[in-house]
Design a protein around this ligand. Structure first.
Ligand SMILES: Cc1cc2nc3c(=O)[nH]c(=O)nc-3n(C[C@H](O)[C@H](O)[C@H](O)COP(=O)(O)OP(=O)(O)OC[C@H]3O[C@@H](n4cnc5c(N)ncnc54)[C@H](O)[C@@H]3O)c2cc1C
Length: 321
């Protein structure tokens, strides 16, 4: 049997999540005695296969077509579903990214495959897989078994380590018939700035209602720039119009798992924790010693963020020279 990984690329560049998913696919394939195959789809993307080889897949199938130049659910779902039908794998893995969240359910529904989304761990038990996924806003962890022959899962970004592996992947062409899509991408508007994307960032500095107004995010941005971090926000700050919804972390925002999450003026409501509770190191800065963020923080700083954050920036600049 085989395990298939969908390689996510945008604008001809592979996403970091792709390396995480392939690394986990390789680990699972070794444990289950399966081969690892990667589907790379896009327009003129053959060159990316070299980068994928570093992670030790057995085969890389490349679907090149001008109809795949921009991501559209219909055309990509068709290509991935056709590849799965051809290969009949035991498991299909995608990133739990904007594209993965859109693509996986569509393909699963087409194929009647069971899908577990936003997995933080996958176990191999005697040739079968079980899927670990946080539920109830992260308050409980559920482990699922999937009954369908083809099983699908999306993996939470920044949770699975990236590991290069030995392997001599063969690169093959995959040229399915791509039905004309009813959707056309007319324009792609990139967000300005060179900060890392929130779900892929190693470090996130987030601001909440405690900032007192939109201008407070200037300080959070300064801290983020000192650390090369992304800027996040609580929903209260988004609802107040201080920050775009793109920045919202939480149950109804983005789920992030950075190495370092600095929460400034955020109380730590359960819906916020649902989005950042799996961060490896959490720093809470809050003037209320009873704030819930201190119950999950690895480091808590009790104090006025307008005093603490500038001092932190100064110290970081001093340390960084
Ligand atoms: C269905 C549902 C979905 C939701 N989804 C989300 C979600 O996705 N993401 C999310 O974040 N929330 C979500 N919420 C809202 C959530 O319940 C909270 O209301 C929200 O997270 C609170 O945001 P906050 O921590 O910024 O504000 P508050 O709870 O008001 O906390 C502000 C904190 O700032 C501190 N503070 C004030 N001034 C300072 C200062 N000068 N220095 C230091 N600290 C200071 C205060 O002590 C306080 O702890 C959701 C709610 C519901 C019902």
């Amino acid at each position: 049997m085989s395990i298939i990984v969908f390689a996510e690329q945008r604008g001809g560049a592979l996403r970091k999540i792709t390396f995480e998913v392939i690394s986990e696919g390789k680990r699972l394939a070794a444990a289950a005695g399966d081969s690892l195959k990667v589907l790379l789809a896009g327009d003129n993307v053959s060159g990316l296969a070299e980068e994928l080889k570093k992670f030790g897949p057995d085969e890389i199938a490349v679907a090149n077509s001008d109809q795949l130049a921009d991501y559209t659910t219909e055309s990509y779902a068709g290509v991935l579903a056709d590849y799965i039908k051809q290969e009949n794998p035991s498991l299909v893995l995608l990133g739990h990214s904007a594209i993965g969240k859109d693509l996986a359910p569509r393909v699963a529904a087409r194929l009647g495959a069971g899908l577990v989304s936003d997995c933080i761990k996958i176990n191999v038990d005697g040739g079968d897989f079980s899927f670990v996924h946080p539920i109830y806003a992260g308050k409980a962890i559920a482990t699922y078994k999937v009954n369908s022959a083809v099983k699908m899962a999306t993996l939470r970004p920044n949770v699975f380590p990236i590991e290069e592996a030995e392997g001599a992947a063969s690169v093959v062409d995959f040229a399915p018939e791509i039905a004309a899509s009813r959707t056309k991408v007319k324009e792609v508007i990139q967000q300005a700035g060179d900060r890392p994307e929130l779900t892929e960032a190693d470090i996130i500095c987030s601001g909440g209602r405690g900032l007192g107004g939109p201008d407070g995010f200037g300080l959070i941005e300064e801290l983020a720039d000192t650390l090369g971090a992304a800027v996040g926000s609580s929903r209260a700050a988004v609802d107040a119009g201080w920050r775009d919804h793109q920045a919202q972390v939480g149950q109804t925002g983005k789920v992030v798992s950075p190495n370092l999450y600095i929460a400034c003026g955020i109380s730590g409501a359960i819906q916020h924790l649902a989005g950042m509770g799996s961060s490896k190191c959490i720093v809470g800065i809050n003037k209320d010693p009873e704030a819930n963020i201190f119950n999950v923080a690895d480091y808590g700083i009790e104090g006025d963020l307008y005093k603490v954050v500038p001092a932190l920036i100064e110290k970081l600049k001093e340390v960084n020279g």
